[in-house]
Design a protein around this ligand. Structure first.
Ligand SMILES: Nc1nc2c(c(=O)[nH]1)N[C@H]1C(S)=C(S)[C@@H](COP(=O)(O)O)O[C@H]1N2
Ligand SMILES: [Mo]
Length: 197
């Protein structure tokens, strides 16, 4: 008994150590969209990466999935202060999509169906840090949450995870996207509370 209680008392709860500063835990999945929800059939869906020299690489839905889908187990943190721990996604790693892209561009602008944009450094999308997510908790991603596919960059605040993603444009310089032009941080590290300017 003594061993048990000492072990219990000495361990921090997951909610403490995995929750960035200023965040609270939520069990439900809030929907935060700046405009109406676009409805895109997977048959019409395409993803295009445009290099800084203008070279375009495009994948259809099936072509993207053929690159290989993997399980992603991660926490997500919204700048409006909710976090969800231990969420389960499936998606295609951006490492696969960028494998044959030649670029010197250090920054990416993500573009969504519907017009949303958000900027992310390229290195934050590579080496197992970002996905094009197509499933959430074992189900196809719902349109409200960005289905059929959204960017998932869970180590940054969730506004960087562009819903209904349709393109990634490489750039030499870091330009602000939609929320970044409206006062949100250019980078958005939840552990440093990089919320606003
Ligand atoms: N296309 C698009 N992507 C978006 C947004 C948006 O308005 N449009 N909102 C962002 C913000 S601010 C957050 S917190 C998350 C919310 O995702 P959710 O609605 O699935 O919770 O999506 C991000 N991606
Ligand atoms: Mo957000």
């Amino acid at each position: 008994m003594a061993v048990l209680s000492r072990g219990f008392g000495g361990r921090r709860r997951e909610s403490d150590e995995n929750l960035p500063p200023g965040q609270y835990l939520t069990e439900d999945f809030p929907v935060l969209s700046a405009g109406p929800t676009p409805r895109i059939e997977t048959a019409d869906w395409e993803l295009t990466i445009v290099s800084e020299s203008g070279e375009r690489s495009t994948w259809s839905w099936d072509e993207m999935l053929a690159l290989g889908v993997e399980d992603v187990h991660t926490d997500i943190h919204c700048v409006t202060r909710w976090s969800k721990l231990a969420t389960n996604w499936r998606g295609v790693s951006l490492d696969k999509l960028f494998a044959d892209i030649e670029t010197d561009g250090a920054y990416v602008m993500a573009h969504s169906y519907g017009g949303y944009t958000t900027n992310v450094p390229l290195e934050d999308l590579l080496e197992g840090k970002a996905w094009i997510a197509t499933e959430f908790e074992g189900e196809p991603l719902e349109p409200e949450h960005g289905g059929p596919a959204r960017l998932l960059v869970p180590h940054l605040y969730f506004w960087k995870s562009a819903k209904w993603v349709r393109g990634l444009t490489l750039q030499a310089t870091d330009e602000p996207g939609f929320w970044e032009q409206n006062g949100y941080n250019m980078y958005g590290d939840p552990w440093k509370e990089e919320r606003y300017w």
